[in-house]
Design a protein around this ligand. Structure first.
Ligand code: NAG
Ligand code: NAG
Ligand code: NAG
Ligand code: NAG
Length: 538
C-alpha cells in the first residue's frame, strides 16, 4: 500500500508535470485550398505548411459550416443539434449564446491544472456577462465578442447597426484602435507564452479574425505593403485576401517561434484549423475551396471539410497524411486525453477520443458524421462510411456549385518553407522532412476530382442527393437514383438522429442591443434588461 502510494506520488507527479501545452490556432473562414499543403500555389503559407509537413495533415477532417456552430462543437464535444446551436451564427444584436449549462474545453483543462488564454474571436454569446470567455473557463481574453470586425478599426457593421467590438477581458480596448488585428493577436499570444510559468501546462487559443470579411466599406484589409507583394494576382479582392493570409501565416510562425524561444515547444501540441469552409461569394470574400463544391454555410464538402493539421513531438511517424475521419466534436475528448485526463468525465458528448489513433496512425472510432440538421433552413447532411447524403439546402440552392479561384497555378517554392520561422523553431527540436517528402505529402493531400466521373444533376430544392465521397470528393455524381437502398438507409439514419435534436436557440436581433444605445459598443446589452423584445424564429 505504502509502496503503491509512493509509486503513485512519483508517477502521478511526473504525469502532471508532463502535461503538454495545448495551442489551438483557429482561422476564420479559411478555405480548403487556401493552404499550400493542399495544393494552392498562389499565396505562400510557409509557416503553416512547415507545421503540416513535420506534423500530420488532417485529410478527412470535418467542421461545421458556420462560425458559431463550429466553435460550439469544438468547445463542447457535442454536435450543434445537441446544444441548440445548429441554426446560423450569433449576430452582434442577438440575445442568445452557448447555453451556460454546457461545460467547455478550457473549464475541463483548468481542472487538470492548465492556465487558459483566449486571444481573438469568441462568437459564442455576449449579451450577458455570464456568456463571456472569462466566465467560461478562460483566465484571460483579448479580442472580440461577436462575428467579425474591420481588422483596423475593430468595429462591426451589421443590419444598420455599427459598434466597436474589441475587449481586454470585460473592458473595451480602444487603446488598440487602428492597429491591425492579426498583429495584436500575435503580440498578445507571444506575451502569454513569455509570461507563462513553465511548471504549469498552458492552453492557448489564438482565434483569428482573418480570413472573415469585415465591413462593407472595405471587406478585406491588410497592410498596403503586404498586399503589394501580390501584384501578380490580378483579382483585387484576391490580392487583398493574399495580404490577410500572409499576415495570418506570419502570425503562426511568430507564435511557434516564441514557443520554442521560451522552452514550451518540445512539450506542445499545436492544432491549426479553420472553423468552417471558405466563404467565397459571401461579403466579397474570395476564399478557395477548390476543387470542393460549395462554400461556408452549405453542407457540401466546401462548407464542412476543413483545412487542418496537428503538430507535436509525440506524434509517432510524423510527416504523413492522416486519413482518420475526424470531426471538430472529437477535439474535446482527444485533447483532454492528450492532457492525461480520464475521458470518463464526459457525459453525452458526440466526440470520440482519437488521440491514440492520430499519433500512432490507427483506425479511429469515427465512421459517421452528422454535418448538421437545420429545420429552420430545411437542410441536413450526414456521412456514413463513404456515403454522404444531403437533404434540402440553404440560400435556395444559389451556392450549390463550385466557386472561388483554383489558385493552383504558379510554382511552389519549398525553400521558403525551410526558411520560415516555424521551420527554424521546429528544426531546433525535431527534423524537418526532406524536399522529396514535402513534395510527396503535398501531392498526397491535394484533392483531384475524378475526371472519369460524370456530373449528374442534383437539385436539393426537389430531392435529396447521394455521393460516394471516397471516389467522388468533388460531389459530381449524384447517386440517389442509382443507389435507392443506400439513400433510404441514410434518410432513416438522419430521421433517427433528428429525434435527438434540441430546438435551435437562434433569436432575432433586438433593437435594444443597437450599439448606439451603448456608447457605440457591441456589449452585454442584456445584462440589466430583463424585458428584451425577444422574437423566437420558430
Ligand atoms: C510556477 O508554478 C509552480 C507550480 O505551480 C509554483 O510552485 C511556482 O511558485 C510558480 N513560479 C512563479 C514564479 O510563479
Ligand atoms: C494578369 O493580367 C496581365 C495583364 O493584363 C496578363 O498578362 C496576365 O496573363 C494576367 N494573369 C493572370 C494569372 O490572369
Ligand atoms: C486510410 O488508409 C488506410 C490504409 O491506406 C485504409 O485501409 C483505410 O481504409 C483509410 N481510411 C480512410 C477513412 O480513408
Ligand atoms: C477512468 O475513470 C473511470 C471511472 O472513474 C475508471 O473506472 C477508470 O479506471 C479510469 N481510467 C483510467 C485510465 O484511469
Amino acid at each position: 500500500m505504502l509502496l503503491f502510494v509512493s509509486v503513485c506520488l512519483v508517477l502521478c507527479w511526473a504525469a502532471a508535470e508532463a502535461r503538454p501545452n495545448i495551442i489551438i490556432i483557429l482561422a476564420d473562414d479559411l478555405g480548403w485550398n487556401d493552404v499550400g499543403f493542399h495544393g494552392m500555389n498562389q499565396i505562400p503559407t510557409p509557416n503553416i505548411d512547415a507545421l503540416a509537413y513535420s506534423g500530420i495533415i488532417l485529410q478527412n477532417y470535418y467542421v461545421n459550416s458556420m462560425c458559431t456552430p463550429s466553435r460550439a462543437a469544438l468547445m463542447t464535444g457535442k454536435y450543434p443539434i445537441h446544444t441548440g446551436m445548429q441554426h446560423s451564427a450569433i449576430r452582434a444584436s442577438e440575445p442568445w449564446g452557448l447555453p451556460l449549462s454546457e461545460k467547455l474545453l478550457p473549464q475541463f483543462l483548468k481542472e487538470l491544472g492548465y492556465k487558459t488564454h483566449l486571444v481573438g474571436k469568441w462568437h459564442l454569446g455576449h449579451y450577458k456577462k455570464a456568456y463571456l470567455p472569462m466566465n467560461r473557463g478562460f483566465d484571460t481574453h483579448l479580442g472580440t465578442y461577436g462575428p467579425k470586425i474591420d481588422l483596423y478599426d475593430h468595429t462591426n457593421m451589421d443590419l444598420g447597426t455599427w459598434g466597436f467590438d474589441f475587449w481586454r477581458g470585460f473592458e473595451h480596448a480602444d487603446d488598440l484602435f487602428g492597429q491591425y488585428a492579426t498583429d495584436i493577436y500575435t503580440e498578445e499570444a507571444i506575451k502569454v507564452v513569455k509570461a507563462h510559468n513553465k511548471s504549469e501546462p498552458l492552453f492557448l487559443m489564438v482565434s483569428h479574425s482573418a480570413m472573415h470579411s469585415g465591413n462593407p466599406s472595405e471587406y478585406l484589409r491588410a497592410p498596403d505593403e503586404v498586399i503589394d507583394r501580390f501584384q501578380y494576382i490580378n483579382d483585387t479582392q484576391r490580392r487583398k485576401y493574399a495580404g490577410m493570409l500572409a499576415k495570418l501565416d506570419e502570425s503562426v510562425g511568430m507564435v511557434v517561434k516564441s514557443l520554442q524561444e521560451y522552452g514550451l515547444l518540445e512539450n506542445s501540441i499545436i492544432l491549426f484549423s479553420t472553423d468552417n469552409g471558405g466563404a467565397a461569394r459571401c461579403d466579397h470574400n474570395v476564399a478557395s475551396n477548390h476543387p470542393l463544391k460549395g462554400v461556408k454555410n452549405t453542407l457540401w464538402e466546401g462548407g464542412v471539410r476543413g483545412a487542418a493539421l496537428l503538430w507535436s513531438p509525440v506524434i509517432k511517424y510524423p510527416s504523413r497524411v492522416a486519413n482518420q475521419t475526424f470531426h471538430l466534436v472529437d477535439w474535446l475528448p482527444t485533447l483532454y486525453s492528450a492532457a492525461g485526463g480520464n475521458i470518463s468525465v464526459f457525459e453525452n458528448i458526440d466526440g470520440f477520443n482519437s488521440w491514440e489513433a492520430l499519433i500512432n496512425d490507427l483506425p479511429s472510432q469515427r465512421t459517421k458524421i452528422v454535418h448538421n440538421i437545420d429545420d429552420v433552413y430545411g437542410s441536413a447532411a450526414i456521412t456514413v462510411d463513404n456515403w454522404k447524403l444531403l437533404k434540402g439546402t440553404n440560400f435556395q440552392g444559389r451556392r450549390d456549385d463550385w466557386f472561388g479561384p483554383t489558385a493552383r497555378d504558379g510554382a511552389y517554392n519549398i525553400d521558403t518553407i525551410y526558411n520560415s520561422s516555424s521551420a527554424e523553431a521546429i528544426g531546433k527540436i525535431a527534423k524537418m522532412p526532406t524536399k522529396d517528402n514535402i513534395t510527396r505529402l503535398k501531392e498526397e493531400s491535394t484533392i483531384k476530382c475524378n475526371d472519369s466521373i460524370p456530373i449528374t444533376p442534383c437539385d436539393l430544392l426537389k430531392a435529396p442527393c447521394l455521393y460516394d465521397i471516397m471516389v467522388d470528393p468533388c460531389e459530381k455524381q449524384n447517386l440517389a437514383s442509382g443507389k435507392p437502398e443506400v439513400l433510404q438507409a441514410l434518410l432513416l439514419e438522419l430521421d433517427k438522429v433528428n429525434k435527438t435534436a434540441v430546438p435551435p436557440l437562434k433569436i432575432k436581433p433586438v433593437p435594444e442591443a443597437d450599439p448606439k444605445h451603448w456608447g457605440r459598443l457591441v456589449t452585454t446589452f442584456g445584462e440589466a434588461n430583463t424585458s428584451l423584445s425577444i422574437v423566437k424564429l420558430k
